[in-house]
Design a protein around this ligand. Structure first.
Ligand code: SF4
Length: 328
């Protein structure tokens, strides 16, 4: 049963103003106590919360200090001046934060917050790809384990994948593990790309038929797609880009009616700050992202669970792959 603390409600009222378009008052009454407690714990423990764009609005707008896509979170993790980082996202993001902050405590509120892309490939798979394609550099999406990053030459995100591929000055790269991201990048470059067969379980569900139905049911709609969607979906969309690029598109272009073909909460978070834009919201949830809640963020700050650690035998090589990307 929710605690309806009038003090917590009053203290969090300014935050509620930011999310009132996407969270009804009775729901905020349920969240206020945990939001208030998390803000207090962050101050007392010198902690920050980094939240991915796919987190729910009460986390994204309510308790996060830094929000963004994987690239922004990785970059900002290098600048954090705090003793504790709580990563409101999935496990590979917490590992990346730990790689870049080896001396800090990095917490993930639920250890089971995984990712279908990260689970699709192992370090042994990367070594096998290298044997099959001798001398071809390996570009690895950040949505992978530290062990896979350690076997790679350089990391990329959906926001910088094209620039990373072209920065290597070669005519052939291996790009792991997202097959659709690799195909979408291959369509924009002369570099030959050999892909893996991994897919994001959220984005692979969008189809060209969805796009046609959206255009039929919502005349004049602008359709933005994430590059983890299949190439035939990206081909029919009006714009394709990372979550940061989609957010930037809405900010700059202010389309009257828009749909973001990506994880469900992203639309809520962008809609909360753009009351002039109508968002059509087909809802594909990421079950891994949704493991993170206000309750387990609060628990993480109260109990220091779950601390992220990286095997010392891979730490240095994995960090080098991330840092090479950030240096671009
Ligand atoms: S949305 Fe897709 S890529 Fe992102 S964490 Fe979930 S499964 Fe992984």
């Amino acid at each position: 049963m929710a605690t309806l603390d009038p003090g917590a409600l009053a203290r969090t009222a300014p935050l509620y103003e930011r999310v009132k378009r996407v969270i009804p008052p009775f729901e905020w009454a349920v969240f206020a106590d945990d939001v208030d407690a998390i803000l207090d714990l962050k101050r007392k423990r010198n902690a920050v919360v980094l939240a991915h764009n796919y987190q729910t609005p009460e986390i994204f707008h309510g308790v996060a200090d830094i929000v963004g896509d994987s690239l922004l979170l990785a970059r900002e993790a290098t600048k954090v001046d705090a003793d504790i980082i709580v990563l409101a996202g999935v496990h590979f993001m917490a590992e990346t934060a730990k790689l870049l902050n080896p001396a800090k405590t990095v917490l993930i509120p639920d250890l089971a917050a995984g990712c279908s892309l990260a689970d699709s490939i192992t370090a042994a798979d990367v070594r096998l790809m290298r044997e099959r394609h001798p001398g071809v550099p390996v570009v690895t999406y950040v949505n992978t384990s530290a062990a896979v990053k350690a076997e790679s030459d350089i990391c990329c995100t959906s926001g910088n994948a094209l620039a990373v591929v072209e920065s290597l000055g070669v005519d052939h790269v291996i790009m792991l593990p997202d097959e659709y991201l690799a195909q979408n990048i291959a369509a924009q470059t002369r570099v030959k790309i050999t892909a893996w067969k991994g897919h994001c379980e959220v984005h692979e569900r969008f189809t060209p038929t969805d796009i046609r139905q959206l255009r039929e049911n919502h005349p004049g709609i602008t359709i933005l797609a994430h590059p983890e969607c299949p190439p035939e979906v990206v081909a029919e969309a009006d714009f394709a880009g990372s979550t940061a690029a989609m957010s930037g598109f809405v900010e700059k272009q202010r389309p009257p009616r828009v749909v973001l073909l990506t994880e469900c909460s992203m639309s809520d978070n962008v809609a909360a700050v753009h009351p002039d834009v109508e968002f059509i919201r087909p809802c594909n949830l990421c079950p891994h992202m949704k493991r993170i809640t206000l309750k387990n963020i609060r628990q993480a700050l109260e109990t220091d669970q779950h601390q992220v650690t990286i095997d010392l035998t891979i730490e240095g090589r994995a960090r080098r792959s991330v840092e090479r990307m950030l240096a671009l």
